[in-house]
Write a protein that binds this ligand. Structure first.
Ligand code: GA4
Length: 327
């Protein structure tokens, strides 16, 4: 037929814009930040899944490895010493209990508030914690810059100006961001149970953007639109980025705040470090007018980040936190 003729094929190739496909790893888009087209690819990934993997990110592996080592050393301390780092309310050390409303998981963690100043938690001020403290502070600067670059690429990919519309929110001196170190110890009874154990229950992240790095242990899963769960293969050299509720609101639902969870592993321990980039407390969250088509209405009633966060912290992990702000 005419469709199989070489002339037709040549015509199609000349007239159709070549849509660059990102490569995929088990359904997760993989985007190199040195790719000239990365903005477009990021946008597509945020619309489709709400999560993607980033390579060529520029954060030195040596820094990441140092933080991993310090974190593992911390989690290897006797329970009593870790407890000294403070009860999680919501900052500092916590074990099995997540948030303050009864969620439980097979996990222990350190949750740290990021301000414009270096970390100030008591347990990090001890001389013995000085190398942990300095690597944490270094890492925070790097990962925040990475979040900023990615948010700028997103704005470019969306074709909106100025390119810092999103990134300025996490770079602001008042921005309410956090760093979380999660340690999922092996869960040997899983082998006998022949089932699964929740490490960190299903939830969406309330902030704008989350930047996750883990060691080589599996466990992270994301929920697709049909409510099925798919595992995200670990990759210790790359970062996984996911859209938070606030970015879903800023894009009027165009970007998807992805539901995810972590399952415990029977044999290996998993260590992840996640930067949550949030806006300043007083920031009004509403869809960017530049992203609205003519006549398009906001899906959400307007609210400030502190209003959202305050409600969010009263919910259970699995609750849909954006529901009550839906119009
Ligand atoms: C999920 C994303 C971040 O880990 C976090 C979590 C927070 C916490 O652990 O204190 C919350 C959870 C997270 C959302 C609902 C509330 C608050 C636990 C919980 C049950 C630090 C965040 O900002 O929101």
């Amino acid at each position: 037929s005419v469709f199989s003729s070489p002339a037709f094929a040549a015509m199609v190739m000349l007239t159709m814009p070549v849509l660059k496909q990102s490569s995929f790893c088990c359904g997760v888009p993989v985007i190199s930040l040195s790719e000239p087209d990365s903005g477009t690819l990021l946008v597509r990934a945020c619309e489709d899944l709400g999560l993607f993997k980033v390579t060529d990110h520029g954060i030195p592996m040596e820094l990441i490895a140092r933080l991993e080592e310090e974190a593992l050393q911390f989690f290897a301390l006797p329970a009593a010493d870790k407890e000294l780092a403070g009860k999680a309310n919501p900052f500092s050390y916590g074990s099995k209990s997540i948030g303050s409303n009864g969620d439980l998981g097979w996990v222990e963690y350190l949750l740290m508030e990021i301000t414009s100043k270096p970390l100030s938690m008591d347990f990090l001020q001890k001389p013995s914690a000085s190398s942990f403290r300095s690597v944490l502070n270094e890492y925070i600067l790097e990962v925040r810059n990475l979040a900023c670059r990615i948010l700028e690429l997103m704005a470019q990919g969306l074709g909106i100006e100025p390119s810092d519309v999103f990134s300025k929110l996490v770079m602001d001196g008042e921005s309410d961001s956090m760093l979380r170190l999660n340690h999922y110890p092996p869960c040997p009874m899983l082998q006998e149970l022949n089932g699964f154990m929740t490490g960190f229950g299903e939830h969406t992240d309330p902030q704008i953007i989350s930047v996750l790095r883990s060691n080589n242990t599996a466990g992270l899963e994301i929920s697709l639109r049909d409510d099925s769960w798919v595992p995200v293969l670990p990759d210790q050299e790359s970062f996984f980025i996911n859209v938070g509720d606030s970015l879903q609101v800023l894009t009027n639902g165009r970007f998807r705040s992805v539901k995810h969870r972590v399952l415990a592993n029977a044999l290996k321990s998993r260590l992840s470090m996640i930067y949550f980039g949030g806006p300043p407390p007083g920031e009004r969250l509403a869809p960017l007018p530049l992203l609205m088509a003519e006549g398009e209405q906001s899906q959400y009633r307007e609210f400030t980040w502190c209003e959202y966060k305050c409600c969010a912290y009263k919910t259970l992990l699995a609750d849909n936190r954006l529901d009550r702000f839906h119009k």
